[in-house]
Design a protein around this ligand. Structure first.
Ligand code: 5GP
Ligand code: ZN
Length: 115
């Protein structure tokens, strides 16, 4: 989608701090980190939110989680642990409408209502 900021990042139309890339998955550092490690993992293909996942999207969601595990091991925070968060819609505080998974780690992660 032309007016989607995360599509523009994935297509390298805007530079960003890339932490992982393969055929289907793109990951980069969050511009406003909420933890020592705060990465965002997205499908390269535009999917608006969890609400918009279709039958054929199962593989890309699995690819994203495999990529998260690969990067966590590579960057040394697999053992200490991390939190994966996906916000959906208004009540979920989703601000960018391209499906993304926050990966928060590098320190104990607190989250309102989930401590
Ligand atoms: P949401 O609130 O939709 O779950 O998360 C969107 C996230 O995207 C926020 O944490 C925000 O800081 C991040 N973000 C928004 N625009 C950009 C950008 O242009 N570059 C990067 N690297 N992160 C962004
Ligand atoms: Zn998009």
């Amino acid at each position: 989608m032309d007016d989607c900021i995360f599509c523009q990042l994935a297509h390298k139309e805007i530079p960003t701090d890339v932490v992982y890339e393969d055929d289907t998955v793109f990951a980069f550092k969050d511009i406003e980190p909420m933890a020592k490690i705060h990465y965002l993992f997205i499908p390269k293909k535009h999917i608006t939110s969890v609400n918009d996942l279709k039958e054929g999207d199962a593989a890309v969601v699995a690819d994203i989680f495999k990529a998260i595990a690969t990067v966590a091991a590579r960057d040394g925070f697999a053992e200490t642990g991390y939190r994966v968060v996906t916000n959906t819609g208004a009540d979920g505080n989703q601000s960018v409408y391209h499906l993304h998974f926050h990966v928060l780690g590098g320190e104990p992660i607190r989250f309102p209502g989930f401590d």
